[in-house]
Design a protein. Structure first.
Length: 296
């Protein structure tokens, strides 16, 4: 007797395939200019251009550790003439982390200057998740010596831009974490909203009826075709994984490879019953409609 995959395993596999269709990755080898395209979604991050500063303070009595991040997504950071070169990141840096130590009645002392993301090594990678809507950016930088082993550690910025159409004033991002290699920031802004997503404009709002064009109907058709392909792939994965499981576990051959074979054998009969039931219902309605007439 051939055993088949548990139903829970099949459902979890199909659910994973469906959810993965909402998650698209795009790797750009061209220079990062704050204008992104992920599948059919387009983003304009130029609203976030310019230098922004976000700080995090960690208490460690009798001192304080201050992590100060300066970033400009769309251009290199400018060097400040009044700051020593050793206390700021070199030219070509887009995201710079400066760690300093502050003790009462003493001047602030810079302990580390870390170029998190640099234009020459940016290798920008980005992804979009529609539920909830947010854009994720991964921007790379050069290696930085580890304070423990003194070995090189690659640096990168993981920036999450949450779609918030109601944000009008650009606020600095939030400092989430830094583990010595990856800096995590979170930003709520309208720039995180795609402006070619189901007919939405730049601000993530639905267009008026008179703004619709025939091109949007084509987008709907492509969307339906995409989900049809996903459904087809899900069924293919269901049969493929089920057949492999039956073969590798029970040594099944031929029709025994089909997962839930008894169910699929009954499908034609079930369809036949449904069709016959519908046809009998139509015939009964026709007979009832003639019940008020008597043939002469």
């Amino acid at each position: 007797m051939t055993r088949v995959l548990p139903l829970e395993f099949i459902l979890s596999t199909l659910l994973l395939l469906t959810q993965s269709s909402y998650f698209v990755l795009a790797d750009s080898n061209s220079p990062f200019d704050c204008r992104l395209s992920v599948a059919n979604h387009k983003f304009d991050l130029t609203k976030l251009a310019g230098e922004h500063v976000v700080n995090r303070t960690r208490e460690s009595p009798p001192t304080k550790f201050i992590d100060s991040v300066k970033l400009d997504l769309c251009a290199d950071l400018k060097l400040v003439d009044s700051v020593p070169k050793g206390d700021q990141c070199p030219s070509g840096t887009r995201v710079c982390l400066v760690q300093s130590n502050l003790k009462e009645n003493e001047n602030e002392r810079v302990t580390a200057v870390i170029p998190i993301s640099q234009t020459a090594k940016l290798n920008a990678t980005y992804s979009f998740n529609p539920t909830p809507k947010h854009l994720s950016l991964l921007l790379h930088g050069d290696d930085y010596p580890s304070p423990l082993t003194n070995g090189p550690i690659p640096q990168s910025l993981n920036l999450t831009i949450i779609c918030d159409p109601g944000v009008t004033d650009i606020q600095p991002p939030k400092f989430i974490a830094y583990d010595g290699s990856k800096l995590d920031l979170e930003w709520s802004a309208s720039a995180g909203c795609p402006f070619q997503d189901d007919g939405e404009n730049k601000d993530g709002e639905k267009p008026k009826d008179d703004d619709k064009s025939p091109g949007k109907d084509k987008d709907v058709g492509r969307g339906l075709g995409f989900y049809f392909v996903v459904l087809l792939l899900a069924f293919a994965a269901y049969f493929g994984i089920g057949a492999y499981y039956n073969y590798s576990t029970y040594g099944a051959r031929g029709y025994d490879l089909i997962p839930h074979r008894d169910f699929w054998k009954e499908v034609p009969y079930m369809l036949s019953d449904v069709v016959s039931h519908l046809c009998s219902g139509v015939r009964s309605r026709r007979a009832t409609s003639r019940g008020g007439y008597i043939s002469v």
